[in-house]
Design a protein around this ligand. Structure first.
Ligand code: Z16
Length: 818
């Protein structure tokens, strides 16, 4: 590692904090709240952050570097204090400085609200990627939305999820800087006029019905080692001054307030759906708003050093994180043609070089389509452009390859000619992008073979894979400092940058002394979690039990219901035979359900109700506990993951594009119990099949079974334990006085056909858990497996993912900062 940039010692750090407490926070050591101390610490950190931010931005400008622009509707950043300190190399200095003030840094960090501007995997991936880009020294900008309210806060009342607004900025956010000098005006609605110019050329002019102001907020993204500080730029919507005043001056004060409120609505709240498309006008406007702001910003920055568009494609790469920012494509076409006067073909050539698209799911209900009538009303000019792109594509590409084949045309068209007609955003992405990537090997294969087979025939070189990754700075160094210290002691300081260096730990996997150190740390992390569980839920659990953790959004394909069914079967075995031989187990869940997803919310209720009954049943002597941790979020993940013994990755094969929690858990020494799905397959390859517990149907077998005709009732009648557990749900055993409250789960698994083959995989899942149980009893064996897991997942460093993007898609160069 390079020498630390900031040579501040703890005395100087402490003085700065006290100084800012007085001068910036306007309080004093005697009466300052924890919140004020935390703020003063952040101001001190910012001092250094801004210095590097300025030198980075000036260097990028001076060297006129090519940069990637990561367009994403979500950036799930979590908390930034500890992360920024680690990346600046000042964590220990700050910790010592605060200790001298009788303050605990970890405790102060708890003051920070999570920046929860994302739903789950996709948003957190964006956060890991911008960390890696800065760490590796690549010029990059993140572009997204400055939601006033991030993902809802989850409360559990009587076992049910209740959504409460998240107000992460209520008392100010120390990390964001408003940039009024870079405000943008964004048109919406209206109509398109055809104008004949003096040169007799036809021009299209969009006469918008409204203009909204976009205000940028910058969040500095400091790479590990603090050489590069890139920017995450998030757009907030406001009423445009110009329109406001017009109404105001005509005596419409109240109306002007209404316009203001409407404009502010755009960036007010994050849509809480992770794998279903919302289809709402406001959502389309959100997408257009942040894409248009970002493109104008790119254009403005580009024009600082260029007078024509020849260098645009060589300088600018734009990554579309899923289809959410697809409308950037017709918007860039519009800017180039209508505003900058380029010919269609020139503009199209630029777009096809600039854009690339990441697909994150194969679920049909997640693939975005917009009703044509809605598009036409909100973005009339963009619809025209999409029609033109489509017409040229169908004629020049599809008809050339499959002459007269209307079936293929219907399938590949950007317009779905159903009722109502709809715009298919994924088709527009694939047609325009020079690269389309999936997020794990198997997923990328399915994107080619099942989702877009004809596109793949048309352009075989377009499709590629970039397996996801996670930043080891947050997900090991920062969240599991004891393990990080053990690794540093064992292999040196290089591993946070080169996670493969941890392979050297493998030679200690059999060493009893090392095993003890490793498992003592796990035990300590579990003890810390025991306290958090008690504080959050009131449930007592023992750190001697196996901590078996499933943390992810609630979705039927992720199969929390399979986990629950198995818990019920274990409970029943214990009731039938109090001596049933199993190591004590704590099943821990953390999960939010989309507010409109009924079955998902019912599954949360069922977990809580079944848990309540089990946790309070003295007959089973604490052999089994079920914990549902409310309000699962990044900061809670950072406490759960280091304490996990077992990682539940049990999606139906073919449905989880990648998963990233699977990587974080393995990195912290949890053993995966998983299906051959998403990145689980690659994790098993890396750690070895002996060091994880794989079970269940493969993608091929899932397809076969579905083709054969899957009937869940067969499994219900053939397996008495499945039958008993499902019938239990009809009774009031878990909901005293309220029989049938848990019926919807049984219905989904039987009457509605068990779409995700839960019952088909049950027996294999049960066997897998028996293996986990017997492996855990062999302490040395388990320790060895845990160590091998943590030491063998170097591949899943997001730095590696970024280098894959650079090599296959972005072709960027690193830029040294003076
Ligand atoms: C999301 O988080 C994902 C997919 C999607 O269509 C929408 C959202 Cl909000 C997830 C995938 O489910 C997961 O497998 C993957 O690891 C993650 O995106 C990042 O690629």
């Amino acid at each position: 590692m390079e020498k630390p940039l900031f040579t501040l010692d703890k005395e100087e750090f402490r003085k700065e904090v006290v100084h800012h407490l007085r001068t910036t926070l306007g309080t004093s050591e005697i009466k300052a709240s924890k919140q004020a101390w935390w703020m003063a610490t952040c101001v001190t950190i910012n001092h250094m952050l801004f210095e590097r931010l300025t030198s980075t931005q000036q260097t990028h400008l001076k060297k006129d570097t090519r940069a990637v622009h990561y367009f994403s509707a979500e950036f799930l950043m979590g908390r930034l204090t500890a992360n920024n300190l680690h990346n600046l190399g000042l964590y220990k200095v700050c910790e010592e400085a605060l200790k001298d003030l009788d303050l605990d840094l970890a405790d102060l960090c708890e003051e920070e609200p999570d920046m929860a501007l994302g739903n789950g995997g996709l948003g957190r991936l964006a956060a890991c990627f911008i960390d890696s880009l800065a760490t590796l020294g690549y010029p990059a900008l993140g572009y997204g939305l400055h939601y006033e309210h991030g993902l809802f806060r989850q409360e559990i009342r009587d076992g049910r999820q209740v959504e409460r607004p998240d107000s992460w900025r209520e008392y100010g956010n120390p990390w964001e800087i408003c940039r009024p000098e870079s405000v943008q005006d964004i048109p919406l609605y209206g109509y398109v006029e055809t104008v004949f110019g003096d040169d007799c050329k036809v021009r299209k002019v969009w006469r918008p019905g409204r203009v909204i102001k976009g205000v940028p907020w910058d969040i500095p993204i400091v790479g590990f080692g603090a050489q590069t500080v890139n920017i995450l730029r998030l757009w907030e919507s406001r009423a445009s001054d110009f329109f406001d005043w017009d109404v105001f001056n005509h005596g419409g004060y109240v109306d002007s307030q209404k316009e203001k409120a409407e404009a502010e609505t755009i960036s007010k709240v994050l849509y809480p759906n992770d794998e279903t498309e919302a289809g709402k006008e406001l959502r389309l406007i959100q997408q257009y708003f942040f894409c248009a702001c970002s493109l104008k910003d790119i254009m403005r920055r580009y024009k600082r050093t260029h007078t024509d568009f020849k260098a645009f494609a060589p300088q600018i790469a734009i990554q579309l994180n899923d289809t959410h920012p697809t409308v950037a494509i017709p918007e860039l076409m519009r800017e180039l043609i209508d505003e900058e006067g380029l010919e269609w073909q020139e503009a199209w050539d630029i777009c096809t070089k600039v854009f690339s698209y990441t697909n994150h799911t194969l679920l049909p209900e997640a693939l975005e389509t917009w009703p044509v009538y809605l598009f036409e009303r909100v973005l009339p000019r963009h619809l025209e452009i999409i029609y033109e792109i489509n017409a040229r594509f169908l004629k020049n590409e599809v008809d050339a390859k499959w002459p007269g084949n209307n079936d293929i045309k219907r399938k590949l068209s950007i317009i779905d000619e159903g009722n109502p007609r709809r715009v298919r955003m994924a088709n527009l992405c694939v047609i325009t992008s020079h690269k389309v990537n999936g997020v794990a090997e198997i997923h990328s294969k399915l994107v080619k073979e099942d989702l877009f087979p004809e596109f793949n025939e048309l352009w075989p070189d377009k499709f590629c894979n970039v397996t996801n990754g996670v930043t080891p700075r947050r997900w090991l160094l920062s969240c599991n400092q004891e393990l990080a210290d053990l690794f540093t002691e064992t292999v040196g300081t290089a591993w946070p940058l080169n996670l493969d260096a941890l392979r050297a730990v493998n030679k200690f996997a059999d060493d009893p002394a090392f095993q003890k150190k490793f498992m003592d740390i796990k035990q300590h992390n579990k003890q810390k979690l025991v306290k958090v569980i008690k504080a959050e839920t009131g449930i007592d659990v023992s750190a001697e039990a196996i901590f078996d953790i499933q943390i992810k959004r609630l979705h039927e394909y992720k199969r929390q219901q399979l986990n629950l069914l198995h818990i019920m079967v274990l409970y029943r075995r214990l009731l039938l035979n109090p001596d049933y031989d199993m190591h004590p187990r704590v099943f821990i869940f953390g999960s939010k359900a989309a507010p409109g997803y009924r079955v998902a919310k019912d599954i949360i209720y069922a977990i809580n109700k079944v848990g309540e009954r089990i946790n309070n049943d003295p007959r089973i002597k604490d052999k089994l506990k079920v914990v549902f941790m409310p309000n699962y979020r990044v900061s809670l993940a950072e406490k759960l993951i280091p304490a996990a013994d077992v990682s539940e990755q049990i999606s139906t094969a073919g449905y989880e594009a990648s998963g990233t929690g699977n990587m974080k858990l393995a990195m912290n020494g949890a053993i995966t119990i998983g299906t051959l799905d998403g990145a689980n397959i690659e994790i098993a390859e890396e750690v070895g099949e002996d060091n994880c517990v794989i079970f269940g149907l493969t993608v091929e077998q899932v397809k076969e079974l579905k083709a054969r005709g899957y009937n869940p009732w067969d499994y219900y009648y053939a397996n008495p334990e499945i039958k008993a557990a499902l019938d239990w749900l009809d009774t009031d055993y878990f909901t005293p006085g309220h029989p049938g409250e848990l019926q919807s789960i049984k219905k989904a698994l039987l009457d509605y056909g068990d779409t995700y083959l839960t019952l088909a995989d049950f027996a294999a899942y049960d066997e897998a858990h028996k293996r986990v149980d017997s492996l855990y009893r062999d302490k040395a064996r388990w320790a060895k497996m845990a160590i091998i897991n943590a030491a063998s997942v170097g591949k899943f460093n997001s730095d590696r993912s970024i280098e894959d993007y650079i090599r296959q898609i972005w072709h960027l160069e690193k830029c040294d900062i003076a």
